[in-house]
Design a binder for this molecule. Structure first.
Ligand code: UDP
Length: 327
């Protein structure tokens, strides 16, 4: 198979490239390198199964041209990271709305099966014990910039879903719950690489708010192999599927765990949300996935616990960079 991966130079996209090439597939990456990086793909340099195209998903013609030659499209390009969304609201909105529309329209036009990456953000402030795919969304005001990401991703799902139903072209929608692992950068807000980098430099670990907010982190190594399996599973078409981990932890608990696993001397410091993200920011207090649909469809069962995930990031940081990334 020849696959187009939008956002293939990003964190999850680059792991998907590795996975597909290892399985004997050909990969074309379309990425504008806004938050992704060529260093995420350096291991594929020189491979005849791999081609990199630097470009923007807002470029309809380019998207159409690449999708026309593909057997499958994995759409992972997006404006991501809370800092990025809050700092560049208009550009983020345009990429996440129109970029996805371009990719889906090209896939449907050329009848190429497509997967679009959505997010647990679509559930908003719903803090149910085990969010199920059909659960309600609870959002704050659209003028609070955090919600623009959730709103855009919700519309992306709708665009993908309606096109999938009307065209009959296979469509898979995945909702990632705080997927983390090596190559994720903390530059745009993601908490685990930030805490790891702070711990490795023995600098204060910045817990935002009270640290009682809870998350459940999933491993990129558990999630990535499921993407091709979902594409091969007709019962998975035209529905959203949650993907994530099992272990729930408070952000203060995460900070403690990172300190413990790295043997760091970092202290923990508390930072107001306003100071971290600017005025009017709202956080989600809890986000925990029910992944029983993925289990039923493809036998999804996460195998890496939080310690494994943190260890893999620590190892990567220690080997890839002699100095941790600035955060
Ligand atoms: N967070 C934190 N310190 C940081 C970065 C993030 O305490 O340096 C918090 C953030 O406010 C949120 C949680 O960690 O409560 C997860 O943040 P992230 O941006 O990784 O994911 P999301 O908010 O999308 O779940």
């Amino acid at each position: 198979m020849k696959a187009v991966i939008t956002g293939g130079a990003g964190f999850i996209g680059s792991h998907l490239c590795d996975h597909l090439v290892a399985q004997g597939h050909e990969v074309i990456v379309l990425d504008d390198l806004s938050t992704g990086s060529l260093s995420n793909l350096s291991q594929l340099e020189g491979s005849t199964a791999f081609r990199f195209v630097q470009g923007d998903i807002l470029d309809r013609e380019l998207v159409d041209e690449l999708v026309a030659e593909a057997d499958a499209v994995f759409h992972l390009a997006a404006a991501v990271g809370v800092y990025n969304i809050v700092d560049n609201p208009l550009r983020s909105l345009r990429i996440n709305l129109h970029g996805t529309e371009n990719v889906v329209e090209a896939a449907v036009k050329h009848r190429v099966p497509y997967m679009i990456a959505s997010t647990s953000e679509v559930y908003g402030k719903n803090d149910a014990d085990g969010l199920k795919e059909n659960d309600d969304r609870i959002y704050g005001s659209p003028t609070k910039s955090r919600w623009s990401y959730a709103a855009a991703k919700g519309l992306d799902e709708l665009v993908a879903y309606v096109h999938g139903v009307e065209s009959g072209v296979p469509c898979v929608i995945t909702r990632f719950f705080n997927v983390v692992g090596p190559r994720q950068t903390g530059r745009y807000g993601m908490v685990v690489p930030r805490f790891v980098d702070q711990a490795l430099s023995n600098e204060p670990i910045t817990v935002y708010g009270t640290g009682t907010q809870r998350r459940c982190f999933g491993s990129v190594y558990d999630v990535v192999p499921t993407l091709t399996r979902l594409m091969d599973t007709p019962e998975a078409y035209n529905r959203a599927v949650n993907l994530g981990g099992r272990e729930e932890i408070s952000i203060k608990g995460l900070a403690d765990r990172v300190v413990q696993l790295t043997g760091s001397t970092s202290a923990i410091t508390y930072v107001d949300y306003e100071q971290a993200y600017g005025e009017g920011y709202e956080d989600m207090q809890r986000r925990y996935p029910d992944t029983s649909l993925a289990a039923r469809l493809i036998g999804y069962e996460p195998t890496r616990d939080l310690n494994d995930i943190i260890d893999s990031i620590v190892q990567h940081r220690r080997s890839a960079h002699s100095v941790p990334e600035p955060v």
